[in-house]
Design a protein around this ligand. Structure first.
Ligand code: SF4
Length: 955
């Protein structure tokens, strides 16, 4: 019986406002219950397509985020040395004028002297557009240190990847395989999906060094050694090919399996597709006995053997190349068992189970449809095997190829975009060719001139790199240079070190939003702090002369900023979860959403997006001013409604058109935000049934996509088992085409740009002595936290107040370590002292910890002796942004050589017990930071809601 004193049938508050959660990246719909204008309770919105009412611990603890004592309260100008917390409070007018005074001269002289980088912001369609209008190529968000390998691997292979790009068909899937650490990318949706799958009798297999989170409820756990996922996947592919368990019909229809590849002849065509005069890739049609373009219906393309072309050259179909590569002994399960730590029997079992479910449990939906070539089909055939992966497999220096390998496995099983398999979410699939190329070619970055396009994009070959005539990078992070040619999300982890070194050039102003680069978001944290503090001995000026930073909270980074623009919380502002950005669609439906203020700020803070729009107008940026020079938008809400990226296409797709009856395309609707608010903060539109599967090849879907404004013309796509884009880089590395990589990078480009997915040893592992550093070390986000915000949240801190280092039981036995002991962890770069905890469910060569719980003393309004500072720690201190020197003395970035993704998970360490007489405090422990003006110390006891006792409602 419920406690009679708990009035379950009484309203919790006196008002409910529906908006979108921001406590992680899933963007669930929430109902915020307000009482007397204060937030009393947050619950899930049952009608919302993302979470259908489900709310997690983070989401409910949004109340403590909103009322956090760490919130900034006023714009701040630094008056003492960086890092000392000496600021004066200034007015917004002074803050904005200062920012303009710093940035306007750069736009007039050399716009690339402004580097604008953001963290986990959810407004990249705006921030990227702003950078473009400013004219700087130096823009990116946090993807380069998150999961760009996953995103780029998917886009270049099949036009999308996991999470925001697509999802398992939870209702129909019978086997779900999850690779690597992935808990923080898709939280509620995966939990809900796994629950549905398990209720339907489906099974879950987890391939992950650590058995926590989703892996803990998996039916089978494969505790792989970090960095070897690609080896395992290619061995599974070997087994599928050996046992002929691949979906040949699917491969012929939807992939480039039959496309002909020029054999080696020593010229620039080597390894490229045979193309006709119109540029279409060619197949050899066995029925017609001739070459046909890939756009033709060809039921029986030649898939094996050699084809002699009219000019006497020979060519080979992709599938032949693929089979020859993966059927070699080096890919046999026995050959990889030791390196992966997974027995050959287990690998064969995994391959057999994938094939059994895919082919013996085939499902069909009786829904006629027509493909892009005009062929009619009676049904959708499904292979009910689905997969998911995120940072775990991608945050390695071999991550891009591993992500490609995983998608290749899915495609060989025929389980992409089919019932029961992995399904794209609109506007994906969107092949790399349908994305813009990165803008910022030399000569196009000019004073007072917008860039010719978006700073980030997808190159199609070396000719699209952003390098000058000598091969030097155009961008400060060296994205799209030979060091990271396909760096679709930029390299945020290299910005500060490159700017500090003046390599490739010096910048003037670093403008950042929500990116805690002075602590948990940087590799080599202490080194980065030193770079932020470092001055040029000749001029006495900081080497990075100016730092403008916007954040809602007194994070570690605030102390190193020169100008601080205080942001609001997510409950106090407008936001746009846009199809132009990182959408929240489902496989069956298109959706977008908004945030809108549910309470007014009680501090002198402004929403960053509105501030950015204001700065755009003050700087006179095209797109932010009218012809007469006046501001084009009043604020972000105005921009969300009235900005058009092209006629009829704006940030929000719902209720467009003057009277709000259009979807996707349509003129701005002045009542649009009211319509969103009346609908619970989101818009949702079902995809027609005929268009719901095989979207990449489905004529009805393509028509729908054009109608909705995803594309201006249909973009059917063919999955790229073999990547010609990668081969073009290889040909350049072989000296067959121009531009060529510099000599010292040629071998690396040749190895990393294999046109068929491949595996190579992670760079750090190949450079360090395995006896000296015998263990891998990883981090992952706990379920209860996402941003570094989470570990200052009064409620969430009670779940994780500090983070131990989880040490495999055999290592504990060998070193005599018991739970609670202090240990030293040493990497080739550094040494930290932390608390150890014994763990059984982990790969025997892998230690790990939760990420971003450790805090610098004094930051985030916490007590200086808070457990997060004294017992929490960052593994980042052990990871350098540069690898150890190679034979030629050069140091490569600690990144994937294809995309530049930060290789966080390549870390190698050794562990030793700390001395009994040592301090039981985390090391390193830099001096406490001073709280910025306006930020009060957190209360010792939180009793939020006490004031509502007895219905007084007073705070
Ligand atoms: S999963 Fe993420 S977005 Fe959803 S309620 Fe939890 S924190 Fe909020």
């Amino acid at each position: 019986m419920p406690d009679p004193q708990i009035a379950l049938n009484q309203p919790v508050g006196d008002e409910i406002k529906q908006t979108t959660c921001y406590m992680c990246a899933c963007r669930c719909g929430i109902n915020v219950h307000l009482k007397g204008g204060k937030v009393r309770y947050i619950e899930g919105n049952r009608d919302h397509p993302v979470n259908k009412g489900v709310l997690c611990a983070k989401g409910s603890a949004g109340i403590m985020q909103h009322y956090s004592p760490a919130r900034l309260t006023k714009p701040l100008l630094r008056v003492g040395p960086r890092g000392k917390g000496e600021f004066k409070e200034i007015s917004w007018e002074e803050a904005l004028q200062t920012a303009v005074d710093w940035m306007a001269p750069l736009r007039k002289s050399d716009p690339k002297k402004l580097a604008f980088f953001t963290g986990r912001d959810q407004s990249q369609a705006l921030t990227g557009y702003w950078a473009q209008m400013f004219g700087t190529p130096n823009f990116a968000a946090h993807g380069g240190f998150c999961s760009v390998n996953m995103a780029a691997g998917g886009i270049y292979t099949m036009g999308g990847s996991f999470w925001e790009f697509g999802q398992p068909d939870w209702e129909r899937s019978k086997l779900f395989v999850i690779f690597g650490v992935a808990e923080d990318h898709d939280s509620n949706p995966i939990k809900m999906g796994m629950s549905v799958l398990k209720k339907n009798g489906g099974r879950v297999i987890s391939v992950n060094p650590v058995r926590t989170g989703y892996s803990a409820i998996a039916d089978d756990w494969i505790g792989i050694r970090p960095g070897t996922d690609g080896l395992l996947i290619l061995a599974v592919i070997h087994e599928l090919l050996r046992t002929r368990k691949i979906d040949l019909d699917y491969l012929v229809r939807y992939t480039n399996a039959g496309w002909l590849v020029h054999d080696e002849a020593g010229d620039g065509l080597d390894g490229l597709f045979v193309r006709d005069e119109a540029g279409e890739a060619q197949l050899f049609d066995m029925d017609a006995g001739k070459l046909v373009p890939q756009t033709a219906i060809c039921k029986r393309p030649q898939l094996t053997g050699s084809v002699t072309l009219e000019n006497g050259r020979t060519a080979t179909p992709v599938l032949d190349l693929l089979a020859r590569k993966y059927l070699t002994d080096e890919h046999a399960p026995e050959a990889v068992a030791e390196q992966t730590g997974v027995s050959a029997e287990t690998i064969r079992g995994l391959a057999a189970e994938l094939a059994r479910v895919a082919f013996e449990e085939e499902i069909a939906i009786e829904q006629p449809w027509t493909d892009w070539k005009g062929e009619r089909h009676e049904r959708f055939i499904g292979r009910p095997v689905s997969m998911h992966a995120m940072r775990g497999i991608s945050a390695h220096s071999n991550g891009f190829q591993t992500c490609r390998a995983l998608h290749l496995l899915q495609i060989l099983l025929g389980s992409i975009e089919c019932p029961g398999g992995f399904r794209f979410k609109p506007p994906y699939p969107k092949p790399a060719t349908a994305h813009p190329k990165p803008a910022g070619k030399p000569g196009t970055v000019k004073p007072e001139t917008p860039l010719g396009g978006a700073p980030l994009g997808y190159p199609q070959g070396p000719e699209d790199l952003l390098i000058d005539g000598e091969g030097n990078p155009v961008r400060i992070d060296k994205a799209y240079s030979w060091e990271a040619p396909l760096s679709a999300h930029g390299l945020m982890h290299m910005v500060i070190s490159n700017a500090h070194a003046g390599d490739p050039y010096k910048i003037d102003t670093l403008f950042m939003y929500m990116a805690n680069m002075a602590w948990n978001s940087s590799m080599n944290t202490m080194g980065v702090i030193g770079m932020l503090e470092d001055k040029d001995p000749e001029t006495g000026e900081y080497k990075i002369p100016r730092i403008i930073y916007s954040d809602a909270y007194a994070s570690e980074m605030v102390s190193y900023a020169d100008l601080v623009l205080p942001d609001t919380t997510y409950l106090e502002r407008h936001d746009c979860i846009s199809l132009l950005d990182r959408p929240i669609c489902e496989a069956d439906a298109v959706a977008d959403a908004i945030r809108h203020p549910v309470t007014e700020p009680d501090r002198d803070v402004r929403p960053f997006q509105t501030v950015l729009i204001d700065l755009g107008a003050r700087l006179g940026l095209p797109g932010f001013v009218n012809e007469d020079g006046s501001a084009k938008y009043a604020d972000y809400a105005d921009y969300m409604v009235n900005h058009e990226r092209k006629p009829g296409i704006g940030p929000l797709a719902g209720w467009r058109g003057e009277d709000g009856d259009s979807s996707g395309r349509g003129a701005p609707n002045p009542d649009q935000l009211d319509r969103y608010i009346a609908n619970g903060g989101f818009w949702h539109r079902e995809i027609p049934e005929e268009a719901q599967f095989f979207k990449h090849a489905n004529a009805a879907y393509q028509e729908f996509a054009v109608k909705m404004g995803f594309f201006d013309a249909p973009q059917p796509s063919v999955f790229q088992l073999y990547s010609e884009v990668l081969q073009k880089f290889r040909n350049a590395a072989d000296g067959k085409t121009e531009p060529r990589p510099p000599e010292h990078l040629a071998d690396r480009v040749r190895t990393a740009f294999d046109p068929l997915p491949s595996w190579y040893q992670p760079f750090e592992e190949s450079l360090v002595d395995a006896d000296e550093f015998p263990l891998h070390a990883l981090t992952q986000r706990p379920m209860a936290m996402y941003h570094s915000w989470g570990s200052q949240n009064a409620w969430l801190r009670q779940i994780h107040g500090h983070n131990p280092l989880y040490v495999p039981a055999p290592v504990c036995d060998e070193l005599g370590i018991e739970t609670g002991d202090w240990v030293w962890v040493t990497s080739p770069h550094g040494r930290i002292r932390v608390i150890a905890r014994r763990m059984e469910g982990v790969n025997a060569k892998t230690a790990w910890t939760w990420n971003a719980i450790g805090k610098r003393a004094g930051a985030w309004a916490l007590e200086e002796d808070a457990p997060e500072a004294r017992k929490g720690f960052l593994l980042n201190h052990l990871i350098h942004e540069l690898l150890p020197p190679r034979g030629d003395g050069r140091r490569w970035a600690n990144s994937d050589p294809v995309t530049g993704q930060a290789a966080w998970f390549d870390l190698r360490v050794r562990i030793e017990k700390a001395g009994a007489d040592e301090d039981h405090v985390t090391a390193p422990a830099p001096p406490p930071l001073k709280r910025p003006p306006g930020v009060e110390k957190a209360p010792e006891t939180v009793a939020y809601g006490e004031f509502w006792k007895n219905g007084s409602g007073r705070s």
